[in-house]
Design a binder for this molecule. Sequence first.
Ligand SMILES: [Zn+2]
Length: 330
Amino acid sequence: MSQIITDGEKTVYPILFEVRYGQMKSINCFLYKNGNTLTLLDAGIDMPAFHEFFFGKLAEYGFRINDIDQIILTHHHGDHTGMVNHILAVKHVPVYAHPLAIERLHLTENYQLQKRDFFKKLYENYGCSHLAEKRLAKLAKTMKNSERLRIKTDIIPLLDGDIIDDFKIIAAPGHSPDSILLHDTKTKWLFAGDLVLYTGTTSALVDHDEEGRLLPTVMQYKQSLENCLHYNASMVFAGHQQPFSNLQEITQRNLERVSFQLQRIINKIADGHETALSIAYAIYGERTEKEFSIIMSEIIGYTCYAEEKGLVRKEMDEDGWHFFVNERYK
Ligand SMILES: [Zn+2]
């Protein structure tokens, strides 16, 4: 499923880098040729094996770095931005992303301090600071290396509704606050970032707004998925796993997963698992410690979502929030 796809003047050259860890299956980016313009959509991960693969694919498709005219990023995560600085070192090209991606890509001091304080406080509130050391150390490491890691050019903002090339930009927050979809209005190709994946294992990662407040990520994610049900897509190119043509069916599957995860957490709370950690251990056992940040993202995100829906309420105790199922949902 990683073959070249052509429609008139346009061609998509997929770069699907297989990975064995987690559920991602592959880290994807795409070369998109429209007439004489070559766009790189997302930019992979910054690690030697990916470099080699990326340059190999570029050569196989008959391109060189110098042929790339612009880069568009679907969101700021590190497995979508890895080659940007390497390309910029060879050729200066415009880089586009959602406005909320800008300080995240530039790793501004202000943003990083806010992020660190946000996660410190968050894990305290959810009674899991003792497991958060690794996660916080990782943030500190990024901060220390931010000069090297930051994207070294101005980012041109792409807003919901903007048109670039034949792409219509669709804001799709949830997986991250800065997620966008690119919908080619002529070919109906949809570049979906990490919103909707073929096997439905994407997630809404905990994040904060510009004031440092917890975002309603699961609610945003569900809304963005529901919007997907209305798009006319002939082919969907996602950030991981294989491209697919049945957007509605795959989106429905992703939405079912949201309902399943919500119900699972409510059931655990109803069983007397009051704290975020107790819920996490009840579902994931020891994996909770190994995959701390992704699992806590899920528990925090879904307990918030359940609270927003009036299904649960929470009370602060000395070991953080305790959750209770509201009477009428028991
Ligand atoms: Zn991502």
